[in-house]
Ligand binder design. Structure first.
Ligand SMILES: [Fe+2]
Length: 187
């Protein structure tokens, strides 16, 4: 169904976040969309466990004082000769790179937490069971991402850096938004 501006599919039908009564409508149970079934099943084929060292071994040693986590050419600031020169002369290059990586990984960690809460919030508003199962499944996947990034940050630095104000406001807005399109685009 199209209204001239947007295409609307019944699987994106949504209710208000506090309207649980609508979930109990009897006709809803027999009207489950199968649009997401392949993606949901694929989770089992691509399963991974951040708590199992066979997937990621967080105990692998790394000397944060002497080993840079990224090569120079992947750190944009080091493309400025003055910066590179100064850091090499003062022996601070490794420290600088690893601190930049901490800020990046902290942002990713906060973003993964946002994705977890956003996916969970989609479960409350999506009306179609298939879409809801997809969101629940995605919530589980994002929870694994949070676990993995939190464990990595803990292993290398001990503690993440705070979420930037702009990212934080975006996450707060889309997680709290009652409109399903804002959540989906946000995700
Ligand atoms: Fe994620």
């Amino acid at each position: 169904m199209a209204d001239g501006n947007i295409t609307k599919d019944v699987m994106y039908d949504a209710v208000a976040p506090d309207d649980f009564e609508s979930m109990l409508e009897l006709d809803r149970y027999n009207a489950r969309s199968t649009a997401f079934d392949k993606i949901i099943s694929a989770t089992h084929d691509h399963f991974w466990d951040p708590l199992d060292p066979k997937y990621i071994d967080f105990s692998e040693p790394w000397d944060m004082e002497t080993q840079a986590l990224l090569p120079d050419d992947q750190v944009m600031a080091l493309g400025v000769p003055y910066v590179l020169d100064h850091l090499e002369k003062t022996g601070q290059k490794v420290k600088f790179i690893n601190e930049m990586v901490l800020w990046n990984f902290s942002s990713i960690l906060h973003g993964e937490q946002g994705a977890l809460n956003l996916s969970a919030s989609l479960c409350h508003v999506l009306k179609d069971q298939g879409a809801q199962e997809y969101a629940a499944n995605q919530t589980r996947e994002e929870a694994r991402h949070v676990t993995a990034f939190a464990k990595y940050v803990k292993a290398r630095w001990g503690r993440p850096r705070p979420c930037g104000a702009t990212l934080q406001q975006l996450l707060v807005d889309i997680i709290g938004a009652p409109e399903v399109y804002k959540k989906i685009i946000g995700m």
